[in-house]
Design a protein around this ligand. Structure first.
Ligand SMILES: Cc1cc2nc3c(=O)[nH]c(=O)nc-3n(C[C@H](O)[C@H](O)[C@H](O)COP(=O)(O)OP(=O)(O)OC[C@H]3O[C@@H](n4cnc5c(N)ncnc54)[C@H](O)[C@@H]3O)c2cc1C
Length: 815
């Protein structure tokens, strides 16, 4: 540890926990030498030192699992590489289920794991008993065993990462506190510390619990909050074999680890306790929080039933330490949308040790290359909203976040805390009509509507949930009559100025130099040809465009727009999301219904597909755009927020003769997957190009503009196409698809589904998914190949199609 501080470093990492250490390790491994790591007290003194050290590999999504898988491999070789012992052991892990739904969850996870060759075995209660002889398994339905899962000593592992980094030139300073971030308003320029300033090209915040406050000091929102997190360690435990795999009993919120002859029992309880909502004490270092036996008692009682011998052994240590949790229980990685060259790696939700290897590598590559190494949307900091860093919101949400790690990961599961914070002006109207709401980016959106006699609440299951029939009726209204969706959560942005067309033409892959009143569906590509955004651009006038994107990606997309618009361009972006409600009126009767509430002409000649103009509805002026995400004739109505209720009422009042139904997002999803419309974040991402995604029709290579990603696409076209997004439909109408299921061809896994739903018109579960195969782009191959999709261990025949299975010629849209 050298002194004094340098005045400049290429990269400054703030925080000497496992994350900061891993980022420094990987940056130097990738050739960076001028790396400085600053720790306010001593290395590992925050959360890292007291972690239980579990290193599991199976995560909720494919890419997160890939990162965790990488961590295991890294830790396995770290001691040999650095000479520093890590305590890493690969004894495997078992997760047990005490009911059939949990077993299905474990089996679905195991099936997903197969798509990237993670070794997972289903195990019976007697096999579990054989591996953990002291366990009571009478109530166990089964489980899964991951033989390569590990456990490690968090302090030693961090020190090994630090050693690897310093061996390659990184400099580490302890007892140096960063007091603020230097910036020029656009990008980070360095750090101010209690020992002086360091100018830097890149600043990384790996500051654990402290990240929200430090980020806020430079205008960046990083929503995380510390919660108390508990485990106990027993006295020496007779009969506990030294090579036991880690055991997880998620139905009882507990994990068990053999620890040098003692037992470590940890908890993920459902009602967690936020800690230090008003700020972390200045002297906090290698610190513990007070014991809370009352809070831990339900876990301990259940554990004594699972492991009766626990009742005979004393407790040596009750440990309570803080860990940071995020609103959606996924960590935060990447460049802050508010400040260029400021990167964040924080909010690890009690899986920081097992995530650190993969996350550190991914962030190091991101810093060096200027973009994420793969689709990391699940953990990308841009997914989070600034308001989510508010104390009131976070304080409420994290009481739930902690327990969600071991809770059932039901399909469509909704948060129960910190709800009703972001409401459409139509919210009350929808609630009165039976809406059951789900939350995305804070927005409350109607997912389905309950009939009057039923409660609008989810009854979760892996099978058909309680809303299945209601959503099916909404789906049928879209296909056969008319339905109305509240899509106010769309992100909306005005781009205005005399250079607006020129700049948008450079950013959009499609041609947006169209006459005013045209709507263009387009992707925004990165330099590699990957899809950064999927949205519509409507030309309002010579100098004004309306950009509309999904609510979940609005922050990311608008940040992309701003970053790719030169400062001297006469072109200004304004987020107008809050000013416009959106009603989407879809279905064969939509023309007749709108004609009944508006004096305007909606016939094909006057209002063709992909056109947009202002119309009258009652006393309101509304922008109507003829476009669809469900594959039917229909219009999206952009209504000034204060007129939204009046317009909604007028349409509902006029709707009865046309069999109008209100519809929710589940029906929308079912319709859009039948029509094979892609969804950014599921079916397309920054690592998929329009060629693989089947979106070439929206790319205009010859529009006369060298748009971002064009060269990459031209190069890509030269290579043989071996990867392609296809649409699938199961032959058996019974099983359900939710995404991430393996796709088989003959005896091999050739891909996985990216999104799934029930196709009520097609009459079975449907999905989209990428296939890697030398013939995938050959005409007729997809339709002729005998694919199977694996659902919880069972392989089911699936037909596949390159063209949409529903209305392949798009006749209904143009009707
Ligand atoms: C009881 C418990 C059990 C756990 N068990 C596991 C487990 O089994 N497996 C697993 O994967 N994870 C586990 N975790 C989670 C894991 O410990 C954390 O996710 C991980 O340690 C987070 O590492 P970090 O580097 O982000 O944060 P930290 O370790 O807190 O490091 C951040 C560092 O930044 C420093 N810092 C902050 N502000 C400044 C500043 N202004 N200037 C300079 N330095 C600063 C802090 O002093 C601190 O050292 C557990 C956590 C707890 C509480």
């Amino acid at each position: 540890m050298t002194k004094p501080l340098p005045s400049h470093a290429e990269i400054v990492i703030v925080g000497g926990g496992v994350l900061g250490a891993s980022i420094a390790y990987h940056l130097t491994k990738l050739g960076k030498r001028d790396v400085v790591l600053l720790e306010r007290k001593r290395l590992t003194c925050g959360t890292t030192w007291h972690a239980a050290g579990l290193v599991g590999q199976l995560r909720a999504t494919a890419n997160l699992t890939k990162l965790a898988q990488y961590t295991t491999g890294l830790y396995a070789g770290l001691e040999a590489e650095t000479g520093q012992a890590t305590g890493f052991l690969q004894r495997g892990s078992i997760s047990i289920a005490t009911n059939s739904e949990r077993l299905e969850e474990l089996k679905r996870g195991a099936a997903m794991a197969k798509t990237f060759r993670l070794e997972v075995h289903e195990v019976s209660p007697s096999e579990i008993k054989a591996k953990w002889p002291l366990l009571e398994v009478d109530d166990v339905a089964g489980g899964v065993f991951l033989p390569n899962d590990g456990q490690t000593n968090p302090i030693d592992t961090t020190m090994a990462l630090i050693k690897g980094a310093t061996m390659r030139g990184a400099r580490v300073f302890e007892n140096v506190k960063v007091t603020s971030i230097r910036s020029d308003g656009k990008r980070a320029r360095g750090v101010v510390t209690d020992e002086g300033e360091i100018a830097a090209d890149v600043v990384v915040l790996a500051t654990g619990l402290w990240t929200r406050a430090l980020a806020k000091s430079c205008g960046v929102s990083a929503p995380l909050q510390a919660c108390e997190h508990f485990y106990i360690v027993t006295e020496p435990f007779p009969g506990l074999a030294p090579d036991l795999p880690v055991l997880r009993d998620p139905d009882h919120c507990a994990y068990y680890k053999e620890d040098a002859g003692k037992l470590l029992l940890g908890a993920f309880e459902p009602d967690a306790k936020p800690w230090a909502l008003d700020g972390i004490p200045e002297d906090f270092e290698f610190a513990e929080l007070p014991e809370d036996f009352e809070h831990f008692t339900p876990i301990l009682e259940a554990a004594m039933r699972r492991l009766p011998a626990l009742g005979l052994v004393g407790i040596r240590k009750f440990f309570n330490g803080p860990e940071s949790f995020t609103p959606d229980v996924r960590y935060m990685l990447g460049e802050a949308p508010e400040l260029e060259r400021l990167y964040v790696a924080a909010g690890f939700n009690s899986i920081g040790i097992q995530s650190a290897g993969g996350a550190g590598k991914a962030l190091a590559e991101w810093i060096i290359d200027g973009h994420p190494p793969m689709d990391l949307w699940d953990i990308d900091i841009r997914r989070l909203q600034p308001f989510q860093a508010n104390k009131a919101y976070l304080g409420a949400r994290v009481t739930e976040s902690l327990g969600l790690l071991y809770a059932m990961h039901w399909p469509y599961r909704q948060y129960e805390t910190a709800r009703n914070v972001r409401l459409s002006p139509l919210h009350q109207r929808l609630a009165e009509r039976g809406a059951c709401f789900g939350e995305v980016a804070g927005w409350e959106r109607a997912n389905w509507f309950a009939p009057e006699v039923e409660k609008a609440a989810y009854a979760y299951s892996y099978g058909r949930q309680n809303w299945f029939a209601h959503s099916a009726a909404e789906h049928r209204a879209v296909r056969e009559a008319v339905a109305m969706f509240d899509m106010t959560s769309f992100g909306k942005c005005l781009l205005q100025g005399r250079d607006a067309e020129r700049e948008l033409q450079r950013i959009c892959a499609n041609d947006v130099a169209v006459p005013p009143g045209r709507v263009v569906y387009t992707q925004w590509l990165n330099e590699r040809g990957g899809i950064e955004a999927d949205l519509t651009v409507t030309r309002l006038s010579e100098r004004a465009f309306l950009i509309v994107t999904a609510g979940a990606t609005a922050r990311r997309d608008f940040a992309w727009l701003k970053r790719h618009t030169p400062e001297d361009a006469h072109c200004f972006a304004t987020d107008v999301t809050s000013g416009l409600a959106v009603l989407s009126v879809m279905g064969p009767n939509s023309r007749a219904l709108l004609s009944a509430v508006s004096p305007d002409d909606f016939c094909n000649a006057a209002f063709p597909f992909a056109s947009s103009r202002e119309i009258e509805i009652g006393a309101a002026r509304v922008r109507a755009s003829r476009i669809t995400y469900v594959g039917e004739l229909g219009w999206e109505l952009y209504v000034p927020s204060e007129f939204a209720v009046g317009v909604f009422d007028a349409i509902v009042t006029a709707g009865a003769p046309f069999a109008l139904k209100l519809a929710g997002l589940h029906a929308l999803d079912s319709c859009r997957i039948e029509k094979a419309y892609r969804h950014w974040g599921h079916d397309i991402s920054d690592e998929d190009t329009p060629i693989e995604a089947g979106l070439n029709f929206a790319v205009k290579l010859n529009k006369g503009v060298d748009f971002i990603g064009r060269d990459a696409l031209l190069r890509r076209r030269e290579a043989p196409a071996t990867k392609r997004l296809l649409q699938f439909g199961l032959s058996d109408p019974e099983p359900l698809l939710y995404g991430n299921e393996p796709i088989w061809l003959d005896k091999s896994i050739v891909g996985r589904t990216t999104s799934g739903a029930y196709g009520h018109t097609l009459g079975a579960a449907i999905a989209l998914g990428y296939i890697e195969h030398p013939e995938v782009a050959t005409r007729g191959f997809a339709e002729a190949a005998g694919f199977e999709i694996e659902v919880a261990g069972r392989r089911i025949a699936a037909r596949a199609s390159l063209a949409p299975m529903y209305d392949p010629k798009g006749e209904r849209i143009r009707g």
